[in-house]
Structures are given as C-alpha cells and as structure tokens.
Ligand binder design. Structure first.
Ligand code: SIN
Ligand code: FE2
Length: 199
C-alpha cells in the first residue's frame, strides 16, 4: 500500500521480511568494508547517527561541511550499492538513471535526524529513495521552506519513501525511534538507506 505524506510517497511494507533480512546482510558487508563513523557537523557537533556509504559517492559531514566524496574518511573507495537496494530504486524511482550514492544511517535507540533538505545533488529532477529497516521511526515532513506545517508518519521496517517531483526539496527529519518495535536487528536500532543520483 502507498500513502502520501506531504507529497512524499511511502510504499508501506514494500520489502518482505526475507528481503529485509537479506538487505541487512548486504548492509553488514558494506559496513565491514567501509566502517560506520559518527560525523561531525560544520559547527563541530557530533551527529547522533552513525553512517557509511556505498556507490560511486558517499555523503559525509565534517568541520569542512556537508558534501559527497569519492572515498571513505579512511581513504578507501566505497563498496558497491547493495543489490536489493538497487532493485528497490529501479522499481520505485520512476527514472532511467541508477543511483550513484547509497547513504547508510544507523540509528540507535536515542538517535534522531534534525529537519533538513537533501540538496547536495546536482539534479533535483532525480528523486531520493529511502529504505527503512529495523525499529520504527517517526518521520516528519514539511514543505520546501523551513518552518511551517508538518505531517508525520511512523516508518516501519520494509517501508520505502520516495521524495520526488514537487516534494524533492521538502524538509524532513526523524524525531525519534520506537525502540524494540522490530526484531530484524538483533541488537535493536534502525538502518536507513538513502539512494540518490549525485551528478
Ligand atoms: C534522512 O533524511 O537523512 C534520513 C531519513 C530517514 O532516516 O528515514
Ligand atoms: Fe534527508
């Protein structure tokens, strides 16, 4: 089933449990090759999520600001985008191009993500596709300007959100997790994969 939240389409339960498990395994292999790190913002604040990336580009943040980089902070190239994530993109993105970046965010029970726009990419005609795994998360969606009215939805394991068209630059964030709401990850928490075309 698909629902519209402030212009963002959420395909609920798109990945069935066996596919979620297989994708977690693929994410583990990415994190073995390109270890999770806790990025800093330009203002020197540690983000509460840990992250890594796959694909031609990875998204990073440090004192120099937000940007895409061809290499992990430790110097290696990013591993390939997990095959199941690639399949999800091809099924729901509605565009012919493949993604060039798969950001992998790991949320522990207390992690959150402040309201922001995804705007470090060159082509806003290309959508953003975001996959949720593990514990449920309260996703808040606003409009293209900061402030103003927002709507919220609990994203569950296997849900896929597509931010495209008029909603491509909508503000969004994760207010909080519902710890213990999924048994997919043995130690709890949540994984979000964000697929994007960068150039
Ligand atoms: C993000 O927009 O950066 C993450 C969204 C999510 O975790 O679902
Ligand atoms: Fe985002």
């Amino acid at each position: 089933m698909s629902v519209d939240v402030g212009g963002i389409t959420v395909h609920q339960g798109l990945l069935e449990p066996s596919q979620q498990e297989a994708l977690v395994e693929q994410v583990r292999r990415v994190a073995q090759a390109a270890p999770l790190f806790r990025p800093e913002t330009a203002r020197g604040r540690k983000m509460s999520v840990r992250m890594t990336s796959a694909g031609r580009y990875g998204w990073i943040s440090d004192r120099a600001g937000y940007r895409y980089e061809r290499r992990h902070p430790e110097g290696l190239e990013w591993p390939p985008i997990p095959a199941i994530a690639m399949d999800v993109w091809r099924n729901v993105s509605g565009v012919a191009r493949d993604p060039e970046s798969c950001l992998i965010n790991f949320y522990d029970a207390d992690a959150k993500m402040g309201m922001h726009q995804d705007r470090d990419e060159a082509n806003f005609e290309m959508p953003v596709v975001s996959i949720s795994l593990g514990d449920e998360a309260l996703f808040r969606v606003g409009g293209p300007g900061r402030g103003g009215k927002t709507q919220s939805i609990w994203l569950r394991s296997g849900d896929v959100a597509v931010m495209g068209g008029a909603a491509r630059l909508n503000y969004h964030g994760i207010d909080r997790l519902r710890p213990g709401s999924s048994r997919l990850l043995p130690n709890g928490g949540r994984i979000n994969l964000t697929l994007r075309v960068v150039d």
